[in-house]
Design a protein around this ligand. Structure first.
Ligand SMILES: Cc1ncc(COP(=O)(O)O)c(C=O)c1O
Length: 393
């Protein structure tokens, strides 16, 4: 990022960063360089490249012009020295962590994480000769106590999936730094439009780009952003592990990211309106949204995000075992699908404790509020009917 670019606002940078007009043709919008290999003009050019005198793309697993434009844009938006992209969020997580624990290291990890990431740390990392201790990362003393001589990093989600816990990034960064280790933060739920963890002391930021960065549910992707030398070392691992992002998906992401700040504003507006309706509705047992004033992370997150809280809500219904499906089937706008961060609202029931996760989309606020209120009314009416029928029998 040049000094001039750093002074520009987030909307401007989301559109322009990393995307000069194509130097060959003047094409506006980065072309898809859909090729595996790159030719050199002469043996002399090969020699100059091998001597490190001139940069050159050689093979798409090592780098690709479309993919590189995306990495430059994402580094700019996260305020990072550099960024690299991966074939999925899990490819980003596993590449970063394999690098950190290489040779048998240990990680201190939040015990509330995206379930597959949790499985990776909890069940699988030992298969690779490394180890992890899962802790309640909102309890700073537990984090401090779990750090050992061989610990190579503290790993959290800024806002956890699906429990919506808000982590204290500055305090966790201080604890990690006192031990001389990095704080690694999965920022998928917020995106850099709402929070840039590096500004608050984190060292490495990870994303499932499949979610808000893409916004359109049309690809899988992952991101790692941080210091130049960290990214160079992790890129080296990725060259061997092989989980690179395709040029086509990089191009889709370049398009998605351009509207990220606009989408995040609408996700946040809609989710707050929906959460407020839920918080007052008799069919709702609990609603978990950091934008509600009684959420334990409300003030902490709001102070870092300019009081925008993203689009993720989780809720449980009264008598959820019986009312959940009435609610889900009465919804006409949210699609019953996993994943999140899409322009379309997505709703998904989790097995544990009747939790329903709603990823609030960018539809009209009034349409969403009406649809969700009607579905909650249907659940409440059904519960009343059932209790009346039970009393009568
Ligand atoms: C917070 C978080 N991190 C990482 C991932 C994994 O991303 P991907 O599905 O792109 O591999 C997910 C997926 O849902 C997620 O929610």
């Amino acid at each position: 990022m040049t000094e001039r670019d750093a002074r520009r606002g987030f909307l401007t940078r989301a559109v322009h960063a990393g995307e000069p007009a194509d130097p060959l043709t003047g094409a506006v919008g980065v072309p898809i360089y859909q090729n595996a290999t790159f030719a050199f003009q002469s043996s002399g050019e090969i020699d100059r490249f091998l001597d490190g005198d001139v940069p050159h793309f050689i093979y798409t697993r090592y780098g690709n012009p479309t993919v590189r434009c995306l990495e430059v844009k994402l580094a700019d938006l996260e305020g990072a020295e550099d960024a690299m992209v991966a074939a999925s969020g899990m490819a980003a997580i596993s590449t970063a962590v394999f690098h950190l624990v290489a040779g048998g290291g240990h990680m201190v990890v939040s015990d509330t994480l995206y379930p597959i990431a949790r499985e990776f740390f909890h069940d699988s990392i030992g298969d690779y000769g490394a180890s992890a201790t899962m802790v309640d990362a909102t309890d700073l003393d537990s984090v401090r106590a779990a750090i050992a001589a061989e610990t190579r990093g503290v790993y959290i989600e800024t806002v956890s999936n699906p429990t919506l816990q808000v982590m204290d990034i500055p305090a966790l960064a201080e604890i990690a730094h006192q031990a001389g280790i990095p704080l690694i933060v999965d920022n998928t739920f917020l995106s850099p439009a709402l929070l840039r963890p590096l500004e608050h002391g984190a060292d490495i930021v990870i994303h499932s780009a499949t979610k808000y960065l893409s916004g359109h549910g049309n690809l899988l992707g992952g991101v790692i952003a941080g210091r130049r030398e960290t990214i160079a070392a992790m890129r080296g691992r990725m060259e061997q592990l092989g989980g690179v992002l395709s040029p086509q998906n990089a191009w889709l992401l370049l398009n998605g990211v351009k509207t990220l700040p606009l989408r995040m504003a609408q996700h946040s507006t809609n989710a707050l309106a929906v959460a407020e309706v839920m918080s007052r509705h008799p069919a709702v047992e609990t609603v978990n949204y950091p934008g509600l004033p009684d959420h334990p992370g409300h003030a902490r997150l709001g102070n870092m995000t300019g009081r925008r809280y993203s689009g993720m809500i989780s809720l449980t219904l009264v008598d959820h075992a019986r009312s959940r499906n009435v609610f889900l089937d009465a919804l006409t706008i949210p699609l019953k699908a996993v994943s999140l961060g899409d322009v379309a609202s997505l709703v998904w029931p989790f097995d544990e404790d009747g939790v329903i996760r709603l990823s609030v989309g960018i539809e009209d606020t009034e349409d969403l509020v009406t649809d969700i209120r009607r579905a909650l009314d249907a659940a409440a009416a059904w519960l009343t009917e059932r209790s009346t029928a039970t009393v009568a029998t």
